[in-house]
Ligand binder design. Structure first.
Ligand code: KE4
Length: 428
């Protein structure tokens, strides 16, 4: 593959942007090689600046669930484009968006729009602390909730990819208020709650983890968290930035039937434009300024372009629930095919999948936690990644990330994926 223009752009980027990228995982550091600079995308396919095409398996890390450049979403944005981009004042689309989120996710009685998943999670724990008047939070090893200081403790995603789960720059004062437990380990959570009586403001969890690679909650885990939060009067926060509107029209909470007190959103609700949101019980959300004492604000929150793209995306998903069946069917098909291919070439893998989110771990043992995930053969994953990239497939550039299907995948695309995976696995 000719990547001359990408490489030249990357050299320029390295001079002016830390690591040459605006988000660490894009740098390909854990898989080697230089990142490909994407010029455009349509449907299920990306095209880089050298004209190479790739079947997209990250879809902007989740937002592009309907595929790239969806005509109805483009039209929705074009309709508002000429009316200016941002007012710094309320607009009707914010109201429509709030009403739609509350309709689709019944646990959300009130919601506040922000501009990223990080802002959503940072705000959610501040509200939980304000509401409970408590200071500590519990998160899970390998879960990633954005780059807010409180979360960069045993974090997943890029932090895990670089093997630096604790980030420099996070003060001891902040770190001491974040307690961690292994995902799927209710006993460890109970011990933390009992060792810190009346001090835990919230438990924040990715209900299905995407950021240590995909890890599925074991039976009873989420229900157990709900029960422990009720017993200890802690706020249960589902971080559904990734799973929201991805795993069902009501996210993971709709799929597993567990009601959190607060939920954070991002990605899909912006349709690819910068949007995040947090919401939940009215009594908790009414703590938020200007009605309550917990401050949170944002210049571009609820801006009309992002609302237009998000509303169009959610409306399409709401009106065609068949989309989720198609996504799950395609996910199941690829899971079956890829496991069979790995078996054919005696390559030990675990494929963890929920709907259209999945991770292929290069390990013989089941992956139910951060420590399990870390047993994976990251060198083998890097070879897998680069092999696919050279066969026109763009997977997640890290063993510790999830991959995402879009509804734009065609039957021939699925066959292309199987062909590429087989070709690469032959040589692994
Ligand atoms: P952002 O601030 O990146 O919009 O969202 C942070 C976030 C919060 N919660 C969950 C569950 C998330 O997955 C994320 C962000 N996800 C990563 C992918 N692992 C974004 C990709 C990146 O960091 O470049």
């Amino acid at each position: 593959m000719n990547t001359k223009i990408s490489n030249a752009l990357f050299q320029r980027a390295l001079l002016k942007i830390p690591g040459g990228v605006n988000s660490p995982v894009r740098a390909f550091r854990s898989v080697g090689g230089n990142p490909r600079f994407i010029r455009k995308a349509s449907g299920a396919w990306l095209e880089d600046v050298d004209g190479n095409r790739y079947l997209d398996l990250i879809n902007s890390w989740g937002p592009m669930i309907l595929g790239h450049a969806h005509p109805e979403i483009i039209e929705a944005v074009q309709e508002v484009l000429a009316d200016s981009f941002s007012f710094g004042a309320p607009n009707s689309k914010e109201v429509e968006m709030a009403e739609l989120i509350c309709e689709l996710v019944p646990s959300v009685e009130k919601v506040r729009m922000v501009n990223s998943g990080t802002e959503a999670t940072m705000s959610a724990i501040r509200v939980a602390r304000g509401f409970t008047q408590r200071e500590k939070i519990i998160k899970f090893e390998g879960c990633y909730h954005g780059h807010g200081d409180s979360f960069l403790i045993a974090a997943g995603s890029g932090a895990m990819t670089f093997g630096i789960p604790d980030s420099k720059g996070v003060t001891k004062g902040v770190a001491q208020d974040t307690l961690t437990a292994p995902f799927n380990d209710l006993g460890a959570v109970e011990q933390l709650l009992e060792a810190n009586p009346n001090q835990i403001a919230a438990i924040i969890v990715e209900p299905v983890v995407g950021n240590m690679g995909l890890v599925i909650p074991q039976h009873g885990f989420l229900a157990g968290l709900r029960k422990l939060c009720d017993q200890h009067h802690a706020v249960l926060i589902f971080d559904e930035v990734m799973t929201g509107f991805r795993l069902s029209i009501s996210g993971a909470q709709g799929l597993y039937g567990i009601t959190p007190d607060l939920t954070t959103f991002g990605k899909i609700i912006g349709g690819g434009l910068p949007v995040g949101a947090y919401g939940g019980k009215k009594e908790i959300m009414d703590q938020v300024s200007p009605v309550g004492p917990v401050y949170q604000a944002g210049t571009l929150s609820g801006n009309p372009l992002a609302m237009a793209a998000g509303l169009a995306t959610l409306t399409i998903l709401k009106n065609d629930i068949e989309i989720y069946n198609r996504l799950d069917k395609n996910g199941e098909y690829l899971e079956t095919q890829w496991k069979a291919i790995a078996n054919k070439y005696n390559i030990p893998v675990q494929l963890n999948r929920v709907g259209s989110m999945f991770t292929l771990f290069f390990t013989a043992d089941p992956v139910h936690s951060f420590s399990d995930a870390r047993k994976s053969d990251t060198e083998r994953f890097a070879k897998f990644f680069n092999g696919l990239l050279n066969l026109e497939v763009y997977p997640a550039p890290s063993q510790f990330e999830a991959m995402f299907l879009s509804d734009a995948l065609l039957q021939e695309d699925l066959l292309h994926l199987n062909y590429a995976v087989e070709e690469v696995m032959k040589g692994l």
